[in-house]
Design a protein around this ligand. Structure first.
Ligand SMILES: [Zn+2]
Ligand SMILES: [Zn+2]
Length: 83
């Protein structure tokens, strides 16, 4: 029954590749586009390594450093008032 063998192999490959892709995407650091130069920079950076643009600012409410492009603080849910 070669068809069953093919389907089985396909399913094994499918699950193997899917798990592999998931691991790769999980390990990649999240990137954002710099508002100054458009360069992709790590979400963990406070300043762009390419143009020194400020990428984060202090939340008005909880004082945590958050992405300057975000509309809401991810820590306390406060809407940013200055943008
Ligand atoms: Zn930049
Ligand atoms: Zn906050």
């Amino acid at each position: 029954m070669p068809t069953i063998v093919c389907i089985t192999l396909f399913l094994i490959m499918y699950f193997f590749l899917r798990d592999d892709n998931k691991d790769i995407s999980y390990e990649q650091p999240e990137c954002i586009a710099c508002s100054g130069c458009g360069e992709k920079v790590s979400i963990t950076y406070d300043y762009c390594p390419n143009c020194k643009e400020k990428l984060k600012e202090e939340c008005n409410h909880c004082k945590k450093m958050i992405n300057i492009n975000w509309r809401y603080c991810p820590y306390c849910g406060t809407t940013k008032e200055n943008r």
